[in-house]
Structure formats: structure tokens, C-alpha cells
Design a protein around this ligand. Structure first.
Ligand SMILES: Nc1nc2c(ncn2[C@@H]2O[C@H](COP(=O)(O)OP(=O)(O)OP(=O)(O)O)[C@@H](O)[C@H]2O)c(=O)[nH]1
Ligand SMILES: [Mg+2]
Length: 476
């Protein structure tokens, strides 16, 4: 579905070591930066025990590497050792190599040794601290050690509580030791925060300017490409689902009821399968592989597409449906049974009274309208779909957009889900202009009439609108 990006990067030599105190969110920051939800994260300190190299790649091209490391165990002792042993001739990585050899037999220093090993192999370091706690003396020792590495250093102020209360105190101390300081919340960082970090690294080391310029450009291209691919997924789902038709046979002189029930059941299942496929494709595009927790945690998406609540919260109001349909009818100069099967333009323009009263259009469980047909082939048929409910495309779209909203903002460090309160109205489509609503009516009309040329035209403009809308949602 997507075309590979040419990054212009060959075997990036850049390795960024992510270091800090235990349990401050190093692996979380790394998971967010690398968009990797396979990274091990735990509420218990000591989860990361050895150096782990995580490549950040696009289409098989490695842009840079991140090294996850264990937290410092004995920073004060090590800082002291380094101070004692540093000479003008013997410092930086050479001294660190000596440290790993010197402390090899001491289990108490296992994590420290691994951390130092991570620094030896790195081109720069990212020091992660938790800005929701105050600065302590061991932090000063850690900063001393990191300074002695001689590596370019960026400090990242994470916030485990969500509020970096002590950020200003931290900044005062960090300023003495780091080339740059950034707020970077592992659970809330946006795509732009990730790009801003790359730009920061680019500015502190002139040699890296061309490489990191290409990395930032490649990441931006990829982000936009994902969004366009999501718009395509959503349009495929919309066209496919609105046009879905299920036919079941029954004996010509028999009771059509069992076939009718079966057709309804198959129809609901098929719609749900199509939605699940679209959701999976979008998750995959945003590299969310953990699917065993209910993501997104949006209460409406936890509900079935056909539940009363879904239909209460999503889609258009009766009034919007009526106005949009009236406008579509007026634009096409056609009667409104085009969009509303049997209800004429006059009914809608008459102040939407009828649609306001016709609660069937506002209910998901009434979606599967079954037609009983007689054939000349010796059996009867029941048919469900293509769907004529005018709110159906809007409810489908709202659900896709809600999922997109969550996955595009959901960082790969998150393994929980927040308590989201039940909003009164949750959809996006109700904010759309009359012209956009009209174009969806035109699309659904073309689907039902099986008019390929009209469908292609309507789809083209709607997909481009949807791409922009997704872009807007992702950058909120
Ligand atoms: N709410 C919130 N929790 C966070 C954030 N960053 C980390 N945490 C939590 O803090 C705990 C420790 O996170 P890790 O990323 O495993 O920390 P670490 O520094 O890699 O820990 P070690 O590997 O044990 O040294 C986990 O429970 C995380 O979910 C954050 O930005 N917000
Ligand atoms: Mg860790």
C-alpha cells in the first residue's frame, strides 16, 4: 500500500545511549523515540540489566541506533574513582574502558559496568531524569560521570507523574553539565517532540548536520505517508462497508425468517470484520503491535458499532443529516430518495421534521434492513445491504477518526490506558461543513447505484479531505 522512502542514508554511524538513574523512564523514552512497544518497561527498578541496541529504521535503512542501558547503581563511588584516576592524558572513553576492566569481578557494579559499556559505544548520550522529583546528591555524581565521558550530551526531563514540578530546579543543575535540555514526556511526546530532539542533536554537533537533516526529513516523509495511507484505509473501509450486500436463500414455499435472521447476523459480523481490519491496518501503520489491551481506551470505541450509545454519540444530528441531504439533493437537482431511500426532498426541506421523528436512522441495531425477494429460480432470497441509513457513513467515519486520534498520539512507552470520562458528543463528522457532508452523500449514492465514475470522483476529493483532516488530528 505504501511506497518506500529514499532516505539517502547508508549505515548511519550514530548511536545514542539512553542513560540515567534506575526507574526514571529511560526505556520509556527510548520506546517512544524508537516507536517500539516491544521494549521492556516496568514499575520496578532494575528492569533493564544490560545494554540493548535498538535500531531506528525506515524501509530497512537504519537511521540511527538507541542503546538502552541499566540505571546507575553506585554513581558516587564511580565519580570518586574517575576523579582520582583522570589525568590530562588518560580520560574519557579510555578511562571508562579501564573502569569496566577494573570493576569486572564486582557484582555490585554490574549495572554500572553495563551502563559505562553503553557510553563507550555511543556517539552521544541522552540523560533521562524524572522532573517530578527533586534533585538529589547522587544525581550530581551521575552528571559528573556523564560529563567525564566527553560525549555530546542532551538532558531529557521526563515526568512520571505527568507534571514536572521540579523542572526549574533540574534545569539549574543540568545547565552546568549538558549542551542542551529538553522536556520530553515519554507518555505524551508528540511526533514534533521527536523531531525537535533530532534537530537539537543536529545543532550541537556540526558534523552530524547533513546526516541528521536527512533523518529528520525521512521521518517527516514517513509520518505524512502514514497519514495518507490511513486515509486510504478509511476510504476503502467506507466504500466496502456501505456497499456491502449479503444474500441468503430460503425455500420458495418455506418461512423466510431463519434466512432473514442469518442474513442479519452475517451482515453485522461482516461489518465488524471490515472495521477490525481497517483498525488493524492503521495500528500497523503507526507500529502499535500490542493489541491485547483494549486500545484505544476510548469508551465509545469499546462499545460495539451497533450499540445505542455509539449511535447517540457519533455521526450527525438529525438536523445535520436533513440539511446535508437537502443540500446534496439541491446540488444534484435530484429527489432525496437518492440518499434516504424513499424519503423525498420535500420531507427533508420541511424542517427535518420527519427525519427527526424517524428514530430508525439514529439506531445502529436497525441498520440491517432485510429485503425478502422472490426469484424465478425455485427459491426465495433475503438481502441485507447496501446500507441506506444516512447516518451510517458518518458513524463509520467517526469511529475510524477516533481510533486514528488515539493511535497517532499513543506513545509506544504506554502500557496502560487512562480513565477517559464519557464525553457528551465524541465525533468529528458533526463538525464538518455542509459541503463535506454533501460529498459523503454523493459517495454513498454512487456506491448504491454502482456508478464507478461518480464513485471515483467522489472518492478522490473525499480522500484528500480526509488526509488533511487526519493530519490536523495528528498534530493537535
Ligand atoms: N505516567 C508516566 N509514567 C512513566 C513515564 N515514564 C516512565 N514511566 C513509568 O515509570 C516506570 C519506569 O519506567 P522505565 O522506562 O522502565 O524506567 P527505566 O529507567 O528504564 O528503569 P530501569 O530499566 O529499571 O532502570 C514504569 O512504570 C513506567 O511506566 C511517563 O512519562 N509518564
Ligand atoms: Mg529500563
Amino acid at each position: 500500500m505504501t511506497t518506500p522512502i529514499s532516505t539517502g542514508i547508508r549505515n548511519s554511524p550514530l548511536t545514542l545511549a539512553v542513560v540515567g538513574h534506575p526507574n526514571e523512564g529511560k526505556s520509556s523514552v527510548l520506546a517512544t523515540l524508537a516507536e517500539d512497544d516491544g521494549i521492556r518497561i516496568s514499575s520496578l527498578p532494575g528492569e533493564t540489566q544490560s545494554v540493548e541496541m535498538i535500531p531506528v529504521s525506515l524501509d530497512g535503512v537504519e537511521l540511527f541506533r538507541l542503546a538502552d542501558t541499566p540505571g546507575f547503581q553506585n554513581p558516587e563511588a564511580i565519580a570518586e574513582w574517575i576523579r582520582k584516576n583522570t589525568t590530562p592524558e588518560f580520560s574519557g572513553k579510555a578511562l571508562f574502558e579501564w573502569f569496566t576492566a577494573e570493576f569486572a569481578g564486582l557484582p555490585r557494579f554490574n549495572h554500572d559496568r553495563e551502563l559505562i559499556r553503553g557510553l563507550i559505544g555511543a556517539s552521544a548520550l541522552l540523560y533521562v531524569i524524572d522532573g517530578s522529583r527533586p534533585v538529589r546528591s547522587f544525581d550530581l555524581a551521575e552528571m559528573d560521570i556523564l560529563r567525564m565521558s566527553g560525549l555530546p550530551r542532551v538532558a531529557l526531563i521526563n515526568s512520571k507523574s505527568g507534571v514536572p514540578r521540579f523542572a526549574d530546579d533540574w534545569k539549574k543543575v543540568l545547565n552546568l553539565h549538558f549542551s542542551s535540555i529538553r522536556l520530553f514526556d515519554a507518555h505524551r511526546a508528540r511526533f514534533n517532540d521527536r523531531i525537535a530532539l533530532i534537530e537539537t542533536l543536529r545543532s550541537i554537533q556540526q558534523d552530524w548536520e547533513p546526516l541528521l537533516g536527512s533523518v529528520a526529513a525521512a521521518l517527516k516523509d514517513d509520518w505524512e505517508r502514514r497519514i495518507r495511507a490511513c486515509a486510504t484505509c478509511v476510504m476503502d473501509h467506507l466504500v466496502d462497508t456501505v456497499g456491502l450486500k449479503i444474500v441468503r436463500q430460503y425455500p420458495i414455499h418455506g418461512n423466510p425468517e431463519p434466512a432473514r435472521q442469518k442474513a442479519r447476523g452475517s451482515y453485522f459480523n461482516a461489518v465488524e470484520r471490515r472495521e477490525a481490519r481497517c483498525f488493524d491496518q492503521m495500528r500497523h501503520l503507526f507500529k502499535h503491535r500490542i493489541t491485547d489491551f483494549p486500545m484505544p481506551p476510548h469508551p465509545i470505541l469499546d462499545e460495539s458499532l451497533f450499540s445505542a450509545n455509539t449511535w447517540k454519540m457519533l455521526g450527525l444530528s438529525r438536523r445535520q443529516l436533513a440539511l446535508g441531504a437537502a443540500a446534496a439533493g439541491a446540488a444534484g437537482g435530484a429527489a432525496l430518495d437518492v440518499a434516504f431511500s424513499g424519503i423525498t426532498f420535500g420531507v427533508f426541506t420541511a424542517g427535518s421534521a420527519l427525519i427527526a421523528g424517524s428514530s430508525a436512522y439514529m439506531r445502529g441495531d436497525r441498520l440491517a434492513e432485510v429485503k425478502v425477494l422472490r426469484t424465478s429460480l425455485g427459491h426465495g432470497e433475503v438481502q441485507v445491504g447496501p446500507n441506506r441509513n444516512p447516518n451510517f457513513p458518518f458513524v463509520l467515519l467517526d469511529r475510524c477518526l477516533l481510533l486514528f486520534d488515539t493511535i497517532s498520539h499513543w506513545t509506544h512507552a504506554r502500557r496502560d490506558h487512562p480513565n477517559v470520562s464519557h464525553p457528551q458528543s465524541a465525533g468529528y463528522t458533526s463538525e464538518w461543513t455542509k459541503e463535506t457532508i454533501q460529498s459523503i452523500h454523493r459517495l454513498t449514492k454512487a456506491i448504491r447505484k454502482d456508478h464507478q465514475q461518480e464513485l471515483d470522483n467522489a472518492r478522490l476529493s473525499l480522500e484528500s479531505f480526509l488526509s488533511d483532516e487526519l493530519q490536523r488530528i495528528a498534530s493537535r
